[in-house]
Design a protein around this ligand. Structure first.
Ligand SMILES: Cc1cc2nc3c(=O)[nH]c(=O)nc-3n(C[C@H](O)[C@H](O)[C@H](O)COP(=O)(O)OP(=O)(O)OC[C@H]3O[C@@H](n4cnc5c(N)ncnc54)[C@H](O)[C@@H]3O)c2cc1C
Length: 447
């Protein structure tokens, strides 16, 4: 039997937890057990089908583990004996631990649609060989239907079209694509951008059944219409991989995620931690459980878990929910709450907008208009959220907003920002859009 001070089960957040543990406790022996031979960059999966061209170009190198002194065992953990502190693997091997981290992640949600098990229906699994087969199917397809107009569905649509003569239709049940993540203005802009490429979006529409004998030939929609399809990609959400946690006797909470405290310790066993998509999340804003699964949250939780394994060091402030995406070369990003979220809770807010080119002057090469929309709490002036669209800088501007939110900055704090600017790299300091939107909020917030 192998033994280690710390055993981690997982991929992306498992690596992050392992590195954090080794930084805080360099004398501890750490083993990562991972089901897959190769771990993919999960957020890079849609780019396999266009920009990067294959799963082999979307891999997190195992060298990262070696560099940080973490031993890798490729295998599936199938049992945990909490009394003896022993993990058993599907191949019959056993591994002893002092502390154990569940970072077992999530898999695709598979809806109970009639015909869902037909050949060429692809839920998005984080598995190298499976995704290589999906690439073969995309290369042969003439008609692709994507179920779900969230960011995974939209990214797949945008990538699958690249370099191919293929008809792509995204079916979204809500009135707008990306509606759960962004406010209407940005949803409409994103839809217009993807439609420029020839991708068709059908909103307020549901797939009722998948047609064909063994292999998919089309879909029947709730409206009665039928669409031809030789493959279907599902992008409608994820469910946590918590079967082993349940079998181990760990308490599960919201939507079957593992219940953890603010130190990422499981409720059930002080020597077992959990982080990433398999762990329960609570909102930064109200402490209530939320179903969001993002790499930003997973890796933050993993750093916290790794640091806390032998002594409480960091605590988790809750999920802010910060993400970004690119649709037909325009970036969209959100940190924290949108106007839609605040309407659902009834919170009184002040919302301001600003826009500016992301270079100054705007005539600089590759200049792109950045749009910003900020949400402030009316009673405190604290920033609750921000949404952006624009060019590549948006990917980092949203992280600035995330930091502002996490540190509960007010509009008055942001007004005083000293932001670094450069003609080729940023908006003008005279009209820097995050600051400008905050300046516009100051007076309404005092009335
Ligand atoms: C297509 C796609 C695009 C995405 N894009 C973004 C994005 O742009 N930005 C963003 O923030 N988030 C994005 N996400 C979400 C992000 O990928 C997840 O939040 C992230 O992968 C969570 O990491 P994790 O380590 O918790 O879980 P996972 O990445 O699911 O990893 C869990 C690992 O544990 C392994 N495992 C499970 N059970 C066992 C076991 N019993 N024994 C051994 N190993 C086991 C799994 O096989 C897997 O390798 C995207 C997700 C998808 C599917």
């Amino acid at each position: 039997m192998k033994e280690a001070d710390v055993v981690i089960l997982g991929g992306l957040s498992g690596i992050s937890a392992g590195i954090s543990c080794r930084r805080h406790y360099p004398d501890k022996k750490v083993i990562l057990i991972r089901k897959e031979g190769t771990v993919l960059v999960p957020c890079g999966i849609p780019y396999i089908y266009g920009t990067v061209g294959g799963p082999e170009h979307n891999v997190i190198p195992d060298g990262l583990l070696e560099k940080n002194g973490i031993e890798l065992i490729k295998g599936e953990a199938v049992g945990v004996d909490r009394e003896k502190k022993i993990i058993s693997l599907s191949g019959g091997e056993t591994v002893g631990y002092e502390k154990l981290v569940f970072a077992t992640g999530s898999g695709p949600l598979i809806p109970p649609i009639q015909g869902i098990n037909k050949k060429n229906v692809f839920p998005v699994k984080k598995d190298f060989i499976y995704l290589a087969n999906l690439l073969n199917a995309v290369d042969k397809a003439e008609n692709i239907v994507i179920i779900g107009g969230g960011f995974i569905g939209m990214e797949f649509a945008d990538e699958c079209r690249k370099g191919r003569n293929v008809a792509i239709t995204v079916i979204e049940a809500l009135p707008r694509c990306l509606q759960n993540a962004m406010d209407d203005e940005f949803c409409d802009e994103a839809q217009a951008k993807i439609e420029e490429t020839g991708v068709k979006i059908m909103v307020n529409e549901k797939v009722e059944s998948i047609l064909g004998d063994e292999e998919v030939t089309g879909v029947k929609l709730a409206s009665g219409n039928e669409l031809k399809a030789d493959m279907i990609i599902l992008g409608i959400g994820a469910v946590p991989n918590t079967g082993l946690a349940k079998k181990t006797g760990l308490e599960l909470g919201f939507r079957n995620t593992i219940k953890v405290d603010r130190y990422m310790r499981t409720y059930t066993d002080p020597d077992i931690f959990a982080c990433g998509d398999c762990a329960e999340k609570v909102s930064f804003f109200d402490g209530k459980p939320v179903g969001v699964m993002l790499a930003s949250i997973a890796t933050s939780e993993a750093r916290i878990a790794g640091a806390n394994l032998f002594s409480p060091t960091h605590n988790n402030c809750g999920a802010i929910s910060v993400f970004s995406t690119v649709i037909n070369e325009r970036a969209f990003a959100v940190a924290g709450l949108t106007e839609r979220h605040t309407k659902q809770t009834g919170a009184e807010v002040v919302i301001t907008t600003a826009e500016a080119p992301d270079t100054h002057p705007a005539g600089m090469p590759d200049s792109t208009l950045t749009k910003v929309r900020l949400v402030f709490a009316k009673n405190t002036g604290i920033i609750l959220g921000g949404s952006l669209s624009g060019g590549k800088p948006v990917g980092e501007m949203v992280n600035v907003l995330s930091a502002c939110i996490m540190h509960k900055m007010t509009a008055n704090d942001i007004v005083k920002f000293q932001m670094g600017t450069h003609p080729a790299l940023t908006s003008s300091p005279l009209i820097y859009p995050i600051v400008n939107a905050a300046c516009k909020a100051v007076i309404p917030l005092t009335h």
